[in-house]
Design a protein around this ligand. Structure first.
Ligand code: PMV
Length: 312
C-alpha cells in the first residue's frame, strides 16, 4: 500500500491574478489531506472519501475528481484500466478556497508513486498534481499544487509561456494567526477562473487597469511581510479584496464574513481562492483577536478554521 499527504493552503494575495502571470503569495496551513492507494484486482477505481467538510462538496466534485485520476494515470504512465483502492482522509476539511483539491491530488500522486515503486521526487509530484488540477480549475496557475507539495510561505509567479514558474520561499519573523471563514457555498473554481478570463477579454481596458494596480500591491505586500509590518499587510489585503470585488469574484456571504472580521479587530480580510463562495481569510495576530473574529462568525452560523500562516 502506498501513502501520501498534501498541505492545505491559503492565498494571501493574488488569486485569479496569478492565472494571468502576475505574482501571488500563498501559505501552507498546518492541515493535510492524507491518502492511501492499493492495487486491487479488476479495473475499477474504488474511492473511499472520509474527508470532513462542507456538505455536498465531495459529491459536487466527483466528476472532476474522476477526470483528475485519468490525467494522473496518463501522466504517470500507468494503464488506465488498473484497479485501485483509493482512500482519502486527514485533518484538512473539504471546502472551496483552502486548496482541498490540490492537497488531495498531491496526496494521491504520492501514494500512487509509492504503490507503483516510481520514487517520484517533489518536483515530479508537483508536475503530476498540476496536471490533475486542470480537472478542477480548467486553467490553473499552479500556485495551489506548489504550496500543497512544498509547504511554507511562497511567492509564486506563473510562466504563462509554459516554462518554469518563479517560486521563492518568503521567511517571516514568526507564524501569524488567521481565521478562514467558510461561506458554506460550494463554488466551482473552474467556472470562476473562466469567468474572469472572459470578462478580461470583453473589457480589456478595465481589466488591464486592475491587473496593474494589483501588480504594485503585491510587490508592497512582499516587502510588508518581510518587514513583519502586519498593519500594512492587513491594509493591502483589504485593498486586494477591493480588486477582487471589481473582477466579480466575491459574493454577499463572503462580503458579510469580511465585514464581521473587520468589525471584530482583524487587520485585513479578503476572499481567498476561487471565490463565488468558498472561503475568506482574515489576518488576526494573537489568539485573542483570532478567537474574537472566529467566535463572531460562528455565532452567525458560518464555519471557521483557526490556523496560522508562516508555519515551517
Ligand atoms: O479555489 P481554490 O482554492 O482552488 O483556489 C484557486 C485559485 C485561483 O487563483 C482562482 C486559480 C489558480 O489556479 O490559481
Amino acid at each position: 500500500m502506498g501513502k501520501g499527504s498534501g498541505f492545505g493552503k491559503v492565498i494571501l494575495f493574488g488569486e485569479h491574478f496569478v492565472v494571468h502571470g502576475i505574482p501571488g503569495i500563498a501559505s501552507a496551513v498546518d492541515l493535510t489531506t492524507d491518502s492511501t492507494v492499493k492495487k486491487i484486482p479488476g479495473s475499477e477505481l474504488v474511492v473511499k472519501d472520509e474527508r470532513k467538510g462542507t456538505e455536498g462538496y465531495s459529491t459536487s466534485k466527483r466528476e472532476q475528481q474522476k477526470e483528475s485520476f485519468q490525467r494522473m494515470l496518463t501522466m504517470m504512465g500507468i494503464q488506465s484500466n488498473v484497479g485501485l483502492d483509493i482512500w482519502l482522509g486527514g485533518s484538512l476539511p473539504t471546502m472551496s478556497g483552502i486548496g482541498a483539491s490540490a492537497a488531495s491530488s498531491v496526496a494521491i500522486a504520492r501514494a500512487v508513486s509509492e504503490e507503483f515503486g516510481l520514487n517520484y521526487d517533489d518536483d515530479k509530484i508537483n508536475n503530476v498534481a498540476y496536471e490533475m488540477e486542470k480537472a478542477f480549475a480548467g486553467n490553473p496557475s499552479g500556485i495551489d499544487n506548489t504550496v500543497a507539495v512544498y509547504g511554507g510561505l511562497i511567492w509564486f509567479k506563473r510562466n504563462v509561456a509554459g516554462g518554469k514558474n518563479d517560486i521563492e520561499h518568503i521567511r517571516i519573523k514568526q507564524p501569524v494567526e488567521i481565521v478562514m471563514g467558510n461561506s458554506m457555498v460550494v463554488a466551482d473554481t473552474k467556472a470562476m477562473v473562466a469567468g474572469v478570463a472572459e470578462r478580461a477579454k470583453q473589457y480589456p481596458d478595465k481589466y488591464q487597469g486592475i491587473f496593474k494596480q494589483y501588480e504594485t500591491l503585491v510587490q508592497e505586500a512582499r516587502k510588508a511581510l518581510a518587514a513583519f509590518d502586519l498593519v500594512q499587510v492587513g491594509k493591502l489585503m483589504d485593498d486586494n479584496h477591493g480588486l477582487l470585488q471589481q473582477i466579480e469574484v466575491s459574493c454577499p456571504e463572503l462580503d458579510q464574513l469580511i465585514a464581521i472580521a473587520k468589525q471584530n479587530g482583524a487587520l485585513g480580510a479578503k476572499v481567498t481562492g476561487g471565490g463565488g463562495g468558498g472561503c475568506m481569510v482574515a489576518l488576526t495576530p494573537g489568539k485573542d483577536v483570532q478567537d474574537k473574529v472566529a467566535d463572531a462568525m460562528d455565532a452567525q452560523g458560518f464555519k471557521t478554521l483557526r490556523t496560522k500562516i508562516g508555519v515551517s
